[in-house]
Design a protein around this ligand. Structure first.
Ligand code: ADP
Ligand code: MG
Length: 685
């Protein structure tokens, strides 16, 4: 029997069972071996019979002394077995299992897991019923009670079926060949693959299980990391990148014109970017930094660098408002310098747009700032040297690729995001990008004062909002998205708007934005808010990304418990952008302690990455993967959060592997077999 042997050829598997297994994605012996146990049952932890506790599920064993068979008046068949373990006796009762009669024999050892209850009319006598699992062993068979695998069973594929099948397969399969390079196995002290598969299904001891799991998790993460690195390698080798030269006058002038000094983190990030840009291979770098950490300055320097090398730069923002904001900032900072800026948005008239396209094609524009309109078919750059995308998660991977196709030389790519993806997730999700992080905010920022309040305080909160408005400030009232299908009784932003405008905020100017507004309407309201024509903006999370209204100093968030911590942090990043002291008030009626604790973290923690890690712990990695729209293989055994240490080791090992051409080839071959859907594109190693 080999790994690729079809399970149809395995004893005990007929067409029906095979079909049922197929539904779980299991066709071959190998598929079966990677159907890992969900958990384990440690049968070494037995409760002495004298100490069983009523109402609990326990595992016991004892020698069978006495068997009674009877039927109730209603015809239910009962087998009562008295077992003895030296500390005491226990009656184990089987209902409707007549076939057991021939197998249960005095003198054999019975192992059973079940619930302990008082025997019916037994005067305080204890009994085990609701038997979940049992087996019969020789009298001295206690030593055989090990750690048993528990599989995700369904229907006819029950625990017994899986355990029997695995026993057969483990017995009959030839030694499972090692696939990892020997040097990696040695350096990272991995147990052999054969050993790992056997131990993970039938562990000899907790230690052996631990080592087996570690090995398999490592293997999984290592292979994916190798795949990502090979992809990156391939794109670097196949594509000819733009080689930028060292700095000259223009860059220095822009640096000097910045109204501030770069922070240490910004300097480091800029250094990374600059180095990448000066290499002949295309840059593929992710710049992560919390809201307000100053990513734009780094982008500006990079764009200027491409311009002074005779290329054009493209800067893509997720919304028109943000594009305009960047345009204004750049115009200010590049004032008096010979850099031609162009703003390209969906708002241009047809004629204006055509003129813009022409200017881009004729290289009459050096830096083009725009929304996704930038990557539409008819935009052709004459010499695109660098693409910067801001808030990347609003741009799909495909859109980025489309932009790359716009030029003969692959332009450098700088992806900026304020989504605080935890470090470990970055590796799994962006294993093919290099990462720079701006961790600390520029000096002098006053954190947004954050408070968690119950809804009965709303009147006072709104009075406070009115005070701020009287001081000339503006406010956001954020409501969670309410879907039609939502069974929860939450008011929609529209309802909140109607109520507040007629009520407490009747004397100030209110505005409303939500996702269902037409794009134009939304942009108009946002522009009015930006221009100070609206005092209170009632909104859903559409304002989450990058909006910059420095005069807004207060935000309230309704039903705060419905948001993730990282998202709340992003939201509150909309205030505290100016010189004014700013406030974020989380309103929640939640009564659960964990939810309260989670939310109150925002009162004391101001670091988006810490909050994201916390989210990850509480809510699991799904949301991050989901948000990234990134096609990666599902992890079978590894868990990006729990297995951080192994992930980092695997990444290191993968980087080592890339250095050696023989190892690269070997791994590429394995990837083609193991991850057919993901890494088949790797051809050239
Ligand atoms: P984000 O990373 O969210 O895009 P921005 O680049 O918009 O952040 O920067 C936020 C604000 O911080 C801007 O007003 C910018 O002028 C300011 N800023 C950026 N870098 C520094 C710095 N080194 N010192 C002081 N202020 C800075
Ligand atoms: Mg920004």
């Amino acid at each position: 029997m080999e790994l690729q042997t079809s399970l149809l050829k395995v004893k005990g598997i007929g067409a029906k069972k095979y079909e049922a297994l197929n539904k779980l994605g299991i066709f071959t012996v190998y598929d079966l071996l990677t159907y890992y146990p969900r958990t384990y049952e440690d049968r070494r932890v037995l409760t002495p019979l004298a100490e069983v506790v009523v109402g609990e599920q326990q595992a016991v064993t004892g020698v069978i002394r006495h068997i009674v068979e009877r039927r109730t008046g209603r015809g239910i068949h009962i087998l009562s077995v008295d077992i003895d373990d030296g500390t005491g006796f226990l009656q184990v009762t089987f209902f409707q299992q007549k076939f057991l009669k021939g197998r249960l024999k005095a003198g054999l050892r019975l192992f059973a897991v079940g619930k302990i209850e008082y025997a019916f009319g037994g005067h305080g006598k204890k009994q085990m019923r609701q038997i979940k699992d049992f087996s019969l062993l020789e009298k001295d068979g206690a030593a055989n009670l090990g750690i048993l695998p528990v599989y995700a069973a369904s229907g006819s594929l029950n625990q017994k079926f899986f355990r029997t099948l695995f026993t057969t397969v483990c017995k009959e399969i030839q030694e499972i060949a090692e696939i990892l390079p020997e040097s990696i196995c040695q350096r990272y002290r991995l147990v052999a693959r054969d050993e790992a598969y056997r131990q993970v299904h039938f562990p000899e001891s907790p230690d052996a299980l631990h080592l087996a799991r570690e090995r398999l998790i490592f293997e999984e993460l290592y292979l994916i990391q190798c795949g990502l690195l090979l992809l990156r390698r391939e794109s670097r080798q196949k594509k000819k990148g733009v080689r930028h030269l060292g700095e000259s006058r223009l860059s220095r002038e822009v640096c000097a014109a910045l109204p501030f000094q770069l922070t240490e983190d910004q300097t480091k990030a800029w250094h990374d970017v600059r180095q990448d840009m000066e290499l002949p291979v295309p840059m593929r770098r992710l710049l992560q930094g919390d809201v307000g950490s100053g990513k734009t300055a780094v982008a500006l320097l990079a764009l200027v660098k491409t311009v002074e090398n005779g290329f054009q730069g493209a800067f893509m923002a997720p919304t028109e408002i943000l594009a305009r904001q960047h345009f204004d900032t750049f115009r200010r900072l590049l004032d008096g310098l010979s850099v031609r800026l162009l703003l390209l948005t969906g708002r241009l008239t047809k004629k204006e747009r055509e003129a813009a396209y022409k200017a881009i094609e004729a290289h009459e524009a050096d830096i083009v700032i725009g929304t996704h309109a930038l990557i539409q078919e008819n935009v052709t750059f004459s010499a695109l040297g660098l693409v910067v995308t801001d808030e990347q998660h609003r741009f799909g991977v495909e859109q980025r690729a489309a932009l790359e196709k716009r030029a003969q030389l692959t332009p450098d790519l700088l992806v900026m995001t304020a989504t605080p993806i935890p470090r470990t997730m970055t590796l799994t999700v962006y294993g093919d990008l290099d990462v720079s992080r701006i961790e600390r905010l520029p000096p002098g920022r006053v954190p947004v004062a954050t408070f968690l309040r119950t809804p009965d305080r709303r009147d006072r909160i709104y009075r406070f909002v009115l005070q701020e408005i009287a001081r000339g400030r503006q406010a956001y009232i954020v409501c969670p998205l309410v879907e039609q299908s939502d069974m929860l009784d939450l008011p929609s932003a529209q309802e909140v708007y109607d109520e507040l405008r007629a009520g407490v905020f009747r004397e100030v100017r209110c505005g409303l934005v939500h996702g269902k507004l037409a794009k134009n309407e939304k942009e108009t309201v946002m522009a009015d808010f930006h221009a100070g024509k609206i005092d209170v903006l009632i909104t859903t999370t559409v304002i989450e990304v990058g909006v910059d209204v420095p005069n807004a100093s207060i935000m309230t968030i309704e039903n705060a418990e419905r948001f993730g911590l990282a998202q709340l942090h992003q939201l509150r990043g909309r205030v505290g952008r100016g010189a004014h002291r700013s406030y974020c008030i989380l309103i929640s009626s939640t009564h659960t302690e964990t939810a309260k604790k989670r939310l109150s973290l925002l009162e004391s923690v101001n670091d988006g990455f810490v909050l994201a890690e916390e989210d990850l712990k509480l809510r699991g990695p799904g949301q991050f993967f989901g948000a990234m729209q990134h096609g990666l293989p599902d992890l079978k055994m590894a868990d990006a959060l729990r297995d951080v240490d192994i992930l980092l080791k695997a990444r290191r090992a993968a980087l080592e592997t890339m250095e050696n051409s023989a190892m690269r080839k070997k791994v590429a071959e394995i990837l083609r077999l193991e991850y057919k859907d993901f890494f088949t594109k790797i051809t050239d190693v």
